[in-house]
Design a protein around this ligand. Structure first.
Ligand code: SF4
Length: 236
């Protein structure tokens, strides 16, 4: 079986915070987010035998206990992703997934096969603005992926599910409805960085999060990832 390969990092502590992971990047993404930091992985072709990628994962076993599939959009290549996740699982790795949620059947298959332990699901904007922002019809698919993750988290078959929101200056008012969609899942506010935008500071992200009255994780270039709970004070 072949996979459209995007790259490999043998050791990372940021792709699954708190875990030593290797990261497999899969090429290709149908969305066109204006702030994409992996534009080179939106398209192109570098077909590799999945055995080659499995060897890369195996080679990181001495330093990493987890593998994260990222991209691009890894669920675009469902059969290859399922094959790689199963192989990683068989080698004793925990498995993480970064996804935009556009291919819910693949997310469901990973969950039903107990092939994933952590999902970081992007919720990019309000449902009303979703398809405009991504440049493709995505909203129904993302809702389906979110529901699948929520069910799996509730029944205990998914250990960790983070909803990741990349927030830009001027869109702070969108946050309450995005957070409502996330429900009780862990919420990560990520500082949006793109040409023409002054990034929100950590303090500004905290101010945006304050009305949510729930704990969030805030990620900025300046401070890394810190916890914030408006009912208390920064907790990490
Ligand atoms: S979904 Fe992710 S990989 Fe795809 S265009 Fe958006 S930011 Fe880039």
């Amino acid at each position: 079986m072949y996979v459209n390969f995007g790259g490999f990092v043998s050791f990372s502590t940021v792709d699954w915070r708190g875990r030593a992971a290797c990261t497999v990047f899969l090429r290709g993404c149908p969305a066109r987010c204006f702030y994409c930091h992996n534009v080179d992985l939106q398209g192109g072709e570098d077909l590799r035998d999945t055995d080659e990628v499995i060897d890369l994962i195996r080679g990181s076993r001495t330093v990493a206990g987890a593998v994260v599939f990222s991209g691009g959009e890894p669920t675009l290549q469902g059969p290859a992703l399922l094959h790689l996740a199963a192989a990683a699982r068989a080698m004793g790795f925990s498995v993480g997934l970064h996804t935009n949620g556009m291919f819910p059947r693949v997310v469901e298959a990973l969950l039903e096969g107990h092939l994933v332990d952590m999902v970081a699901l992007d919720l990019k904007t309000t449902w009303e603005r979703y398809d405009d922002l991504l440049g493709v019809a995505a909203v129904d698919a993302v809702k389906q992926s979110l529901s699948a993750c929520r069910r799996a988290k509730a029944d205990g078959s998914l250990g960790t599910c983070q909803v990741v929101v990349t927030l830009f200056r001027g869109r702070e008012d969108d946050l309450p409805s995005i957070a409502e969609a996330a429900g009780g899942l862990d919420l990560v506010l990520q500082q949006g960085v793109a040409a023409g935008f002054v990034p929100l500071t950590r303090q500004e992200l905290e101010a945006a999060a304050a009305p949510l009255r729930r704990s969030v994780l805030i990620r900025t270039r300046e401070d890394g990832e810190v916890g914030y709970d408006p009912e208390q004070k920064p907790f990490r």
